[in-house]
Design a protein around this ligand. Structure first.
Ligand code: MG
Length: 368
């Protein structure tokens, strides 16, 4: 590959179609970092990462500075002969996992284009061409969300994640029961408490969901509550899934050694890009865990295409894939991800397979 010539950090702000209520925060606007990398031959690669202070500790201004001052200059000094040498440099930079992830996606976009392969085939063995898309459901929005879920199920959606931890756990369990009644027995329903609960509250919710066939409960307790997660796991048949508690591949072993979880949500921003995320997938499978892939709320088709590529390499996508471009008022992509009903097609063009409309991108650009 020709040497990397420029690494540009482009901060953007894009409104969500409606606020997304999480236990830890309400998100009304995506504050994302888009990265444009150009090599000496003029090949352009694109990447993206949402800023997620409650997950990676990064704010958008900090991500911009990290790319401009640390990550970009370090890549310009690398002889870019192979992806491994670039990934090694990226992985050696401490912290900044979201910013590193955005750059990693853009660099891989170039490598895969030059190899004339879609990004997933450049990285490994593609196992899925179509992915089941998770639809988020706000439990606090009541009947309107139930009606929306019913309509989406009729349109082909099969995976629903209920955001809980915002009200009385018994009421939220009643919402899940109503959702199951509306959806019928087949669609997957899971719940995500985003660290809101203690063990007793989580048990109360799970008991209230008895008979609902809850596929998994994501991050019921706080980041680092390994022993309490183990206590909860012992007392429930519902699989617990790690999300905010994952910061490094080694966290999977830490939770597994005390049987504190049976699955993990993988996001590129949490582990700094593809290399560590693929290792996490492998380690999780070796331990008999399920994985579920997600873009942070909310990323455009650029970030979501990267998530789709890495998910397509997974052994099993039965827990679904959360692709969040659908929640934005405007997707800056000139070639957005294509979905039919609740299924998203993994891009098959060379590289990432998604590029922004640069005029539209600039219209959302922040001056940071
Ligand atoms: Mg989550």
């Amino acid at each position: 590959m020709a040497p990397i010539q420029t690494v540009e950090a482009i901060p953007v702000a894009i409104d969500l179609t409606e606020p997304m209520h999480l236990a830890s925060e309400t998100i009304k606007q995506a504050l994302n970092l888009v990265v444009k990398v150009v090599d000496a031959d003029g090949v352009v690669g694109w990447g993206e990462a949402a800023s997620a202070p409650t997950m990676t500790g990064e704010t958008l201004p900090g991500m911009v500075r990290a790319v401009r001052d640390i990550i970009g200059p370090s890549l310009l000094a690398v002889p870019a002969d192979d992806y491994d040498s670039v990934a090694t440099v990226l992985c050696s930079i401490p912290g900044n996992s979201g910013a590193r992830s955005a750059v990693d996606i853009a660099v891989l976009d170039i490598f895969a284009q030059r190899a004339r392969q879609p990004l997933n085939e450049f990285l490994g063995t593609k196992r899925h061409t179509i992915l089941p898309r998770i639809q988020m459901i706000n439990s606090c929005a009541g009947d309107a969300q139930l009606a929306k879920a019913g309509a989406l199920a009729e349109a082909g959606f099969t995976h629903f994640k209920v955001k809980v931890g915002q009200a009385d756990a018994s009421l939220e369990a009643a919402f899940v029961r109503n959702l199951r009644n509306i959806l019928g027995p087949d669609p997957l329903i899971c719940a995500d408490a985003n660290m809101a609960w203690d063990v007793e509250t989580a048990r109360q919710f799970i008991a209230g969901c008895d008979g609902c066939d809850l596929a998994y409960l994501e991050q019921p307790l706080g980041d680092g509550c390994v022993e309490d997660m183990a206590r909860l796991a012992k007392s429930t048949p519902v699989a617990l899934c790690l999300d905010e508690g994952l910061h490094a591949v080694s966290d999977i072993a830490r939770y597994d050694e005390v049987d504190a979880a049976k699955g993990v949500g993988l996001k590129l921003i949490k582990l700094g890009g593809f290399r560590e995320t693929l290792i996490a997938e492998s380690v999780a499978r070796q331990r008999g865990w399920q994985t579920t892939y997600a873009s942070k709320i909310a990323e455009t088709s650029i970030g979501c295409a990267a998530t789709a590529h890495v998910a397509s390499l997974s052994d099993n996508v039965g827990w679904g894939v959360s692709l969040t471009h659908q929640y934005l008022v405007n997707d800056i992509a000139a070639t957005p991800l294509v979905s039919h009903g609740g299924r998203t097609i993994v891009p098959t063009a060379d590289g990432l397979g998604v590029q922004p409309d640069e005029k539209r991108l600039n219209s959302f650009r922040l001056d940071l």
